[in-house]
Design a protein around this ligand. Structure first.
Ligand code: SF4
Length: 358
């Protein structure tokens, strides 16, 4: 086996998430592992792992024939929308496992907000299954972008969800490896990590989805994050959510670096939404969070933090939307407990103030 391949196999064996296409987005700023600060992430020192397919230790046995994948109608809607203008996506603030909260939040956002991203949350690891969430959100009247992670399901369960999501109206399937169970509310659960985000992106694309992935420009190895995105594109990703990396300039640099490598992605930068101390606390739980200098303090010290938070999100969104390659923004963060519906209303207000630049 060539030396570089041997090093990659060793890195996969040493990684708590068994990543084939590491590193994940949770690498510490000093290059340490997301869940063990005493150990360096082995992928940081390696060359970017090139796309070489979904890896399996064993081949599947013959199974009953299955129908051709359904081409997701939701994906077709998003593709058509992206051809006409930029979009506003919002992290879905509804309480987990609460259909009433889900409906209330959708009712506040439908119209100015184009789609909601409903994924994982550290304080609420137990969620309705992705397929069911997509159906509920679509039925409530807004386009669901559904986050799927590799922590909670093996490849068989993921394939079932991906097939269901195409029927359930998912506009986008956002493929993430996922935080380790050690970092959220359910460290009692066994982490799975049968696949990683790059492999999941390939399966999602094959299942008929419009696929998004995340990338973290300010997380080590900083000089190779754009190259890692390029490999995810080869696997099937078409949209890239750019994680919080300090403002419009770092995002512009990242997009330019990706384009120089041949990237064809549409980019959706994350915009931090802070409206009160509760939403600030939730944002602080995001791994490898980098905010524009003074962003949080400027909002929390203002006479009216809610208005200051809305104004800051609008200003940053406008700066992001002026960058070539940006197809929309993601209003990112979450609500303080009990403020989900109010938070949804404020997300809609931010989106309303962006209508002239979409
Ligand atoms: S930082 Fe992520 S990719 Fe690196 S070893 Fe830890 S879990 Fe694996």
């Amino acid at each position: 086996m060539p030396v570089d391949e041997l090093a990659r196999v060793d890195a996969t064996a040493a990684c708590p998430k068994h990543m084939e296409y590491g590193p994940c987005g949770g690498v510490g700023f000093d290059g340490s592992c997301e869940i063990d600060a005493a150990h360096a992430c082995p992928f940081v020192q390696l060359d970017t792992v090139r796309w070489h397919g979904v890896v399996a230790e064993r081949s599947p046995r013959p199974a009953d024939p299955v129908p051709e994948p359904t081409v997701s109608a939701g994906a077709a809607r998003v593709r058509a929308l992206l051809e006409t203008r930029r979009i506003v996506v919002a992290d879905f603030p509804a309480r987990a496992l609460d259909p009433r909260s889900l409906e209330d939040c959708v009712a506040e956002m439908v119209g100015p907000v184009d789609a909601v991203l409903s994924g994982d949350a550290g304080p609420a690891r137990v969620q309705f299954a992705p397929t069911y969430r997509a159906r509920l959100i679509a039925d409530a009247g807004i386009l669901p972008f559904i986050g799927v992670n590799c922590r909670d399901r093996n490849r068989v369960a993921l394939e079932g969800e991906l097939a269901g999501l195409a029927h359930a109206g998912a506009g986008v399937v956002h493929c993430v490896t996922g935080d380790h169970t050690e970092t959220g509310s359910r460290p009692d659960a066994q982490p799975v990590f049968d696949l990683d985000s790059t492999e999941l992106a390939a399966l999602a694309r094959a299942a008929g989805h419009l696929v998004s992935v995340g990338e973290s420009p300010t997380t080590p190895p900083i000089d190779r994050r754009a190259a890692r995105l390029r490999e995810k594109e080869k696997a099937g990703a078409e949209l890239c959510f750019v994680n919080h990396c300090g403002g419009a300039e770092p995002v512009a640099r990242f997009i330019a670096a990706a384009r120089a490598l041949g990237s064809t992605s549409r980019f959706i930068p994350c915009i931090p939404v802070v409206l009160d101390e509760g939403s600030a606390q939730l944002l602080r739980t995001f791994t490898t969070l980098v905010l524009p200098p003074g962003y949080l303090e400027g909002i929390l010290c203002a006479a009216d933090p809610r208005e200051a938070g809305i104004a800051a999100a609008v200003e940053l969104s406008r700066a992001m939307l002026a960058i070539d390659g940006v197809a929309g923004v993601d209003l990112s963060g979450g609500a303080a407990p009990g403020r989900e519906t109010t938070h949804a209303r404020d997300l809609a207000e931010i989106a309303r103030r962006l209508e002239d630049v979409l």
